[in-house]
Design a protein around this ligand. Sequence first.
Ligand code: SF4
Length: 280
Amino acid sequence: MGVSLPPSLSPSSIASFKECPLAFKFSYVQRLPEPPSPWTSKGTLVHKALELLMCRPAAERTLPNALVDLESATTALATDADFTDLVMTDEEWAAFHADAARLVERYFELEDPTTVTPIGLELKLQAQLGDVRVRGIIDRLDLDADGELVVTDYKTGSVPGERFEAKSLAGVHMYALLCEQMLGRRPARVQLYYLKKPEAIIATPTEQSINGVSKRTTALWSAIAGAAKRDDFRPNPGRLCDFCTFKPYCPAHGGDPAEAMELKGPGTMISPGLPLATAS
Ligand code: SF4
């Protein structure tokens, strides 16, 4: 029997299906919860700090203020499950915050934020490509000196090797496509800022790159629809297995995928709901 399709695709769900169809099924078809990890929560924190920095008037976007914004972001996110559910020792928390501060400092090696003209932060975009709806959140949309659009995506992980660079840029070209469809203008530049190194990977979207990403996305959607019809999402063991929440349930590692539903915890509602009589 088949399974239902996710309502839309995003650059991360596309990357997930390409990396491992079974992990995609767990995350985006069954929507199983994944506990936070130090690296994803650190990414959330640093993104929030840089968002707060960009909300300041240009002249105030200094490193000392960015570190104040990092503290504000820490306070704002303190009650978020991404942080309350993280189990770490005091030393690990200290290293976590020192690392976040280092990432914010390194951002300043990539550009001078006082020269940036942001027109959108954490911008939600979506577009319809044939049968598939595509959604994405752009970290930052700027206007450059010529009045052209620039998409910026902050990355807090490592710079990808050559093999994975094209894959990372595929996500950014998707943002360019979303911009063109929703705002009616193709960005002049899309840039990935890898804060850890720090290093910028910059690409210029063209009609060809946008058409390419559009065609590849609709083809991928057909592949996902086929897999959903047959409920045939195969594991693809690789370098991400060690970071995969679902490894204990993965047949490639001796697990049983049927048991993964326990991640939803007790008390999961049945959908559609039972026709319970209302009290008179
Ligand atoms: S453990 Fe590896 S092969 Fe299994 S679902 Fe996760 S990423 Fe895929």
